[in-house]
Design a protein around this ligand. Sequence first.
Ligand SMILES: Nc1nc2c(ncn2[C@@H]2O[C@H](COP(=O)(O)OP(=O)(O)OP(=O)(O)O)[C@@H](O)[C@H]2O)c(=O)[nH]1
Ligand SMILES: [Mg+2]
Length: 290
Amino acid sequence: MEYSLPRLTRAWTHLSRQRGGAAGTRGEGETQLEVDRRMVQNRINQLKKELIEVSKHRVVQRAKRERSTVPLAAIVGYTNVGKSSLLNALSGASVFVEDKLFATLDPTTKAISISENKPLIITDTVGFIRKLPHNLVEAFKSTLEEVVVADFIIHILDISNPSVEQHFKTTVALLKELESLDKPTITVFNKIDKFEDSIGRARLKALYPDSIFISVKTGEGIDLLLQKLKDTADRDSLTMHLKIPSEKSELISKIYRLGKVIGIKYENESALISVRMPKIYKKIFTDYSA
Ligand SMILES: Nc1nc2c(ncn2[C@@H]2O[C@H](COP(=O)(O)OP(=O)(O)OP(=O)(O)O)[C@@H](O)[C@H]2O)c(=O)[nH]1
Ligand SMILES: [Mg+2]
């Protein structure tokens, strides 16, 4: 609309036809073109207001999730590989968590229960592509931030796409940019219903031994993925209570970088910190257990 506004001269006949004789909307002395401009400008203003509301809502939701101790997984991958389909399949395959905390999650985020009393929040992201146009990076930022705050990553690929290995590299490069490469990652090859090449499949299995092969369409392998999610959530993230003396305060920023700080308070020259962190980092802080 911002693009079209200065170009309305030539388009106004079309607009007025579309509006179909809305007589009376024209203010005194206003030409048709002025009316059209005013209408477009009003629409732009309205959409901008709505966008601000959307991003406010997302910030609030994200802040809530960051504070919560529920593990958070982000589904990432090249565009069109089946990320959104997978999110729907996962939330369909498991019991929805009835909890006030999750009642207002935005549509791209679902809370599932991977086993008794073990909720997991899963969030969809925008499809990664090879060369993200620079002016779009800003627009995608809020969805990419979901990756930054995630406890672990579900990296999904379309096995039936001949460029699957290129897609793998593209996503890994973006994860690296988001400093999320060292998070526990589950590699998932989707659309096996469309891929009959058993040698090709064996080759991928050899290249990515921890990967899982699924079809969101037929449901094959979804149970394996759920099991893997459960294992990863159990195994790879834990809550630690640390006591950092003031002379080691440089560790605090490291804790913030590696984990999700749940609480922090200062007491007698020390910081007492509760943090959820991938298990792999636990050893760094063994000397500081509170
Ligand atoms: N044959 C087959 N098609 C699938 C499977 N999973 C998803 N699809 C189809 O793949 C297409 C893309 O699925 P989406 O879930 O929208 O993919 P996405 O990764 O969310 O796409 P973007 O959000 O655009 O990046 C849809 O037409 C799905 O129906 C599968 O297991 N097998
Ligand atoms: Mg999608």
